[in-house]
Design a binder for this molecule. Structure first.
Ligand code: MLT
Length: 313
């Protein structure tokens, strides 16, 4: 490249990735940039790197006249208007393989934590209380785990939970029967069948028009009484109001939520329920995943700016 092209990074990306970018580009990092400022500045940049909070919509792209590549440091691209980018010839590159294991492990963590009331017992003891019978949980052994979405993350959850002695069932209308067999999950033809059978439910679908609020009041009625739910995929796939009502009625015993309808999220009625465990969208936040993601997205952006092949785009 004759003159250095410029990349703007608006959300935290691992240092290793930034070093890679700096070898060839002028790199500006502006975390938490107010929207107005972002719109004013984006016109100077050839590339933009975001995670899930920066909304890369038509408005932003209209200001970003020089934009050639948008790197999504992570998997989900629901914060990026891909058709609008394609229309403008902007490459959108994500890193779908880089943080799947971390997301899977957090989902399992939320499953175990709610089955045994670990966060509640932790807070209780640290507040100076000792009561061994207060936190009676539930074993996973011999229970049925219902996985909604048997893609990259859902399939990792399936293979890791079977050794716990769980029966694994899954609903995913987009994948082959062979994939269900490969990951040891019994195929459910409908969401209703899965919801009627599962003792634990975990969600691993992207957020799309089809999956938005796919779990609402009606779907909760189909569930078994005493079910426990994990959502570390995307906020809004479960309707928070319906979930709240299901929890208050006792139909749903507990929920573990890493993602929220509105993010950033500082409080919702769900936060007020003791049987709800919440985390601030940290599924991909491990040392390993962030290194993988940072290096991969940086490589993608460099390739895109040089007109080379951008894998995973
Ligand atoms: C992802 O889509 O990869 C995760 O939600 C993580 C993130 O947004 O950083």
């Amino acid at each position: 490249m004759d003159h250095k092209k410029k990349v703007l990074i608006t959300e935290k990306v691992d240092e290793e990735g930034i070093k890679l970018l700096q070898q060839e580009l002028e790199v500006d990092i502006a975390l938490g940039l107010p929207r107005e400022e972002l719109l004013q500045r984006i016109g100077d940049y050839d590339a933009l790197i975001v995670r899930s909070e920066t909304k890369v919509n038509e408005e932003l792209m209209n200001y970003g006249k020089k934009l050639k590549v948008v790197g999504r440091a992570g998997n989900g691209i629901d914060n990026i208007d891909v058709p609008a980018a394609t229309e403008r010839g902007i490459i959108v590159a994500n890193t779908p393989e880089s943080n799947t294991l971390s997301a899977c492990e957090l989902s399992i963590g939320l499953l175990l934590a709610q089955a045994r009331n670990i966060p509640q017992a932790n807070s209780f003891l640290k507040a100076g209380n000792w009561e061994r019978t207060r936190f009676k949980g539930s074993e996973l052994y011999n229970k049925t785990l219902g996985i909604i979405g048997l893609g990259r993350i859902g399939s990792l959850v399936a293979t890791r939970m079977a050794p716990f002695g769980m029966k694994v069932i899954a609903y995913d209308p987009y994948i082959s029967d062979e994939r269900f067999r490969r990951f040891g999950a019994e195929k459910k033809e409908t969401l209703k069948e899965l919801l009627e059978e599962a003792d634990f439910i975990t969600i691993h679908t992207p957020k799309t028009k089809e999956t938005f609020k796919m779990i609402g009041e009606k779907e909760i009625q189909w569930m078994k009484k005493g079910v426990r739910i994990v959502n570390a995929a995307r906020g809004g796939i479960i309707c928070e109001q319906a979930l709240y009502d299901g929890l208050v009625s006792g139909k749903i015993v507990s929920a573990g939520l890493d993602v929220h309808e509105q993010e950033p999220c500082f409080n919702t009625p769900l936060f007020g329920l003791d049987q709800v465990i919440v985390t601030p969208h940290i599924g991909a936040d491990t040392l390993e995943a962030q290194q993988n993601v940072g290096i991969t997205v940086s490589q993608q952006v460099l390739n895109g700016l040089k007109g080379e092949i951008v894998p995973n785009a």
